[in-house]
Write a protein that binds this ligand. Structure first.
Ligand SMILES: [Zn+2]
Length: 247
């Protein structure tokens, strides 16, 4: 772990990171029903006196998955900053206000750092998974599906279950499929017009057994029904297999 020290030294980048993560939460974690949200008083503590909260408590990670709490915190911070600016403007007891401002600003930086650290810690797994991390290995066996090829292909078959993640698929093609380069697609219909994920791979044939390994990024796909398409280069139309993306 980089630790708090590195984090503090890296202040400018981290403000940027913090803002970007905040945007990420606003965009990706809408919570209109406010499930599991903090009450107003707790959110105020977050902004005003974070020292009163045990920020090590995992429950505070909620704000990293809740656009509504994040939005409230942004607004509360804005109100606080506005108020602080007004206090600074007033000529009475200026030094006391400066002192208070310094304390509150320090507390705010600490909470920003703590949130940033937890946030980074928390998201590192997910973000890396999504962008450049290791794909989850899964196996899909279509060997027997090939038997239905001659007839009315597809509809009666049990859909292939695929997780909504970055996956490396070990795909066993129907018996006696030829080796060579394949394009694997995931689409909403049995066409190549609305492909939502795809990858290319070279398949090796060994007797009746043919398989390939292909990486597919399924993270952006909504759960639901799709078709997995397999097309061998130069072989005309792809074959389609019903697939189900699950969360
Ligand atoms: Zn919330």
């Amino acid at each position: 772990m980089g630790g708090l020290g590195n984090f503090v030294n890296d202040d400018e980048n981290d403000t940027l990171l913090f803002n970007r993560l905040q945007e990420h939460v606003l965009e990706h974690y809408p919570n209109p029903d406010r499930v599991g949200c903090f009450d107003h008083a707790t959110l105020v503590l977050f902004v005003e006196t974070p020292g009163k909260l045990d920020l090590e408590d995992p429950k505070y990670l909620h704000v990293l998955r809740c656009a509504e709490c994040t939005r409230d915190l942004i607004e509360l911070r804005r109100l606080r900053d506005e108020r602080l600016a007004e206090e600074l403007d007033s000529s009475v007891g200026r030094s006391i206000h400066w002192w208070r401002f310094a304390c509150i600003a320090a507390a705010a930086s600490i909470v920003a750092i703590l949130i940033g650290v937890s946030w980074r810690h928390y998201l590192s797994g997910r973000v890396e998974d999504a962008q450049n991390g290791t794909p989850s290995p899964i196996s899909v066996d279509l060997s027997a599906a090939g038997l239905a090829r001659g007839g009315d292909q597809g509809e009666a078959e049990k859909p292939i279950s695929l997780p909504q993640r970055l996956v490396e698929v070990r795909l066993v093609l129907p018996f006696y499929s030829p080796g060579g380069n394949y394009r694997i697609t995931v689409s909403r219909d049995r066409s190549q017009d609305h492909v939502e994920a795809s990858g290319s791979a070279s398949a090796t044939a060994n007797g009746s057994h043919t398989e390939l390994r292909v990486e597919l990024n399924l993270r952006r796909l909504r759960p639901g029904n799709y078709y997995l398409g397999t097309a061998r280069e130069g072989d005309g139309a792809p074959y389609y297999y019903p697939a189900l993306i699950r969360q």
